[in-house]
Design a protein around this ligand. Structure first.
Ligand code: AMP
Length: 191
């Protein structure tokens, strides 16, 4: 089983690229953001608990995420591959993911780091807000989410370097298919 972390700030195209990887390679797309939004939409007990946090652009607690991830890995051990999108988001989550994978004789095979400038992120998210109507795509929340990214998420890359992960940096501000072609070259090396 191939495990890929697609890494980058909000608006870098992680979700779009993960979806394309899923379609081409038959891997499972694991997006914690999508899962959490689904819980909110259904107004489950978890959804009600996290709604304010997610809509403000803050991070949901590591404990909640950990429960979701453990359950997910346990239920998907037969998958061809998994693309982790929007997860891990903190150093603690990154360590937990490594432990969970190792416990199942698995590892992270590839980290795709999508690089993109802040001004492009802001433009893209304004467009997404109009198109998808996401409650957390407004200007204040975007600034919050970017701060969370720099403070809590970006340090994961240092951890991944220290633990010798296979990290590939890809420039994200290009045509979706050009970015995808670069990603495919990397995935094909693993097959
Ligand atoms: P995303 O769709 O990945 O941009 O996530 C949307 C929101 O869901 C984030 O701003 C957080 O509030 C929450 N969220 C998603 N994934 C995580 C995670 N791994 N850890 C904590 N919060 C998360």
């Amino acid at each position: 089983m191939i495990n890929i972390v697609i890494f980058g700030p909000l608006g870098s195209g992680k979700g779009t690229q993960a979806q394309k990887i899923k379609e081409k390679y038959g891997f499972i797309h694991f997006s914690t953001g999508d899962l959490l939004r689904e819980e909110i939409k259904k107004q489950t007990p978890l959804g009600k608990k996290i709604e304010t946090i997610v809509n403000s652009g803050a991070l949901v607690s590591d404990e909640i995420i950990e429960d979701i991830v453990k359950e997910f890995i346990k239920n998907n051990l037969n998958a061809k591959g998994i693309i982790f999108d929007g997860y891990p988001r903190t150093l603690h989550q990154a360590e937990t993911l490594d432990k969970e994978l190792i416990n199942n004789n698995l590892k992270i095979d590839l980290v795709i780091k999508l690089n993109i400038s802040e001004s492009i992120i802001k433009n893209r998210l304004k467009y997404r807000a109009l198109k998808e109507g996401r409650a957390d795509d407004n200007e204040d929340t975007i600034i919050n989410r970017l701060q969370f990214f720099y403070q809590y998420t970006l340090p994961i890359i240092d951890y991944y370097q220290k633990t010798n992960k296979n990290i590939v940096e890809i420039y994200g501000d290009r045509d979706v298919n050009e970015v995808f072609a670069d990603i495919c070259k990397q995935i094909d090396k693993l097959l």
